[in-house]
Design a protein around this ligand. Structure first.
Ligand code: SF4
Length: 507
């Protein structure tokens, strides 16, 4: 179908003709300072701010940030105080695993209605908490404030105190009203809430070689994989705070000798507080990719200053790399020179992915995060190849534009990026919390490489018009013979094509 015809015939859809022009997919001028190019001079990236009005940000709200962090505490009750829609962020759209209790998989909500907004929702919340605690006997309860609760001014803290006094368990208010900042503010609110639990348990018997895992969400059992490596080294894991978490373990985790922070965006605030109050130092690490996973184990051994631990760390790395390397080399042969786009929540994951893609012979052409800070983006500028686009708090139009301009072969992102990739005819790899496959550790690297290889090398991409026209005429897939030349020859046309697809969808 000719995109021009498609646009013209869509006038009945009510979309103004100007919206259908390619220029409508240009970036907003106010977003320009949040985008940079590696290898080009420029000041610090504009980041860490609330999203620009008119830019449909890929970020989630403050409440979602809190919920992501606290939800994997499996034996706690999690209740969303707000309209039912907020509770759509349930366990079942995320892949955090529990080795025991499954209470966290229930999505409880006070389901606030019009009358609650007019007369206040405190009584309803109190009733809900008392009923749910009596029924499920949780070890603690977290109450998440949402936008409407912030607007009407319910005193959630007072309700929590009353319920805690009656039930005898910690009932913690999470100040996560959706509108009051960025997803990062939600992480902070979660850290503040969980900090009330820390320091309330007995630390007797904790090993001098011990640590807490922070910011690993046990997606598809990843915390168990990392825990396995650490235990083979002889290191005790006291608490996995954000993955397969347990209230009792968190209560005594101030007795650990180190905090290992994997998702720095979400957990650095808590790690800093624990350092300040309990003197527990922390290290920022990543468990994704061979280089970063190995570095994390070596960092732990170095921290404890034990040659024996270091030797064991080397042994683990040697054994694990030997298992996966031959296969990685085979995949690398096929993937050499392919290009990828990365859009993820935190910067540390982005760093790891840039390195992991290099291990596979691939180049990162676009990299962005939801919560990176200025120094993170500086690091990305230094580590990426010249020409790589670096972007903070992006939106679908920008991501589509850069993916097409850079002509990437793969998009690595989450549930919100998947449709962008598929609409553009680009392979996709899910690296967010929704996935059900372990991508951490050495075995995770093998899984990642397998998935990347399968996605990038799939013959289906040969049928994408812009790709098909680059092939010799004889190789052109049969079904594309009727494609209009301007539909099939490059990024700008592809943008028009994308807009036509949007128009068709709307019509
Ligand atoms: S933005 Fe507000 S209303 Fe929307 S999900 Fe977040 S807390 Fe709920």
């Amino acid at each position: 179908m000719n995109p021009t015809t498609s646009a013209a015939s869509s006038s009945g859809s009510g979309i103004p003709p100007s919206v259908l022009q390619p220029s409508a997919l240009e970036i907003l001028p106010s977003r320009a300072s949040s985008i940079a190019e590696a290898g080009k001079a420029g000041g610090p990236l504009n980041c860490g701010k609330t999203s620009v009005a008119g830019s449909v940000s890929q970020r989630a709200c403050v409440f979602c940030g809190s919920r992501v962090v606290l939800y994997p505490i499996a034996d706690a009750l999690h209740i969303v105080h707000g309209p039912i829609g907020c509770a759509a962020y349930t366990w079942d759209i995320r892949g955090s695993q529990s080795s025991g209790p499954q209470l966290f998989r229930n999505s409880f909500s006070t389901d606030m209605q019009e009358l609650d907004v007019v007369y206040g929702g405190e009584k309803k919340l109190e009733r809900a908490l008392l009923q749910l605690i009596a029924k499920h006997q949780p070890k603690a309860a977290f109450v998440y404030g949402t936008c409407i609760v912030g607007l009407i001014g319910d005193d959630v803290g007072a309700v929590c105190k009353r319920v805690a006094a009656v039930t005898g368990i910690p009932v913690l208010s999470v100040a996560s009203e959706g509108f009051k900042g960025t997803k990062k503010d939600g992480y902070r609110a979660a850290c503040e809430a969980v900090f009330h639990l820390i320091g309330t348990g007995d630390t007797t018997g904790i090993s001098p070689y011990s640590l807490n895992l922070m910011g690993d969400f046990n997606i598809a059992g990843e915390s168990w994989v990392v825990r396995g490596y650490l235990e083979r080294m002889g290191v005790e894991v006291v608490a996995t705070i954000t993955g397969d978490g347990r209230v009792d373990a968190i209560r005594r985790c101030h007795g650990a000798k180190l905090n290992l922070v994997q998702c720095s965006g979400s957990m650095t605030h808590l790690a800093k507080k624990m350092q300040e109050v309990y003197g527990v130092p922390f290290k920022r690490v990543s468990f994704f990719g061979i280089e970063d996973m190995s570095a994390a184990l070596y960092d732990v051994a170095k921290h404890f200053g034990s040659p024996e631990l270091m030797e064991k760390a080397r042994e683990v790395v040697r054994e694990e790399v030997a298992k996966i390397y031959p296969q990685l080399r085979t995949w690398r042969e096929d993937l050499k020179g392919k290009k990828a786009a990365i859009y993820v929540g935190g910067a540390f994951k982005a760093f790891s992915l840039v390195r992991a893609l290099r291990t596979l012979g691939m180049r990162t052409a676009l990299v962005g995060t939801q919560t990176g800070d200025a120094s993170d983006y500086e690091t990305l500028r230094e580590m990426c190849d010249p020409g790589t686009i670096i972007v903070d708090d992006s939106n679908p139009i920008e991501l589509a534009k850069f993916c097409l301009e850079q002509d990437v072969d793969l998009f690595i992102g989450g549930v919100k990026e998947r449709p962008i990739a598929y609409k553009l005819g680009i392979g996709f790899c899910d690296h967010n919390h929704e996935r059900k496959e372990c991508l951490a550790g050495f075995e995770g690297m093998a899984n990642f490489a397998r998935e990347v290889h399968a996605s990038v090398m799939s013959p289906v991409w040969n049928f994408v018009p812009r790709r098909a026209t680059r092939k010799a005429e004889g190789l052109k897939p049969e079904g594309l013979k009727s494609v209009e030349p301007d539909l099939a020859c490059g990024p700008q046309s592809a943008i028009t094509n994308l807009k036509s697809a949007i128009v068709r969808a709307v019509a």
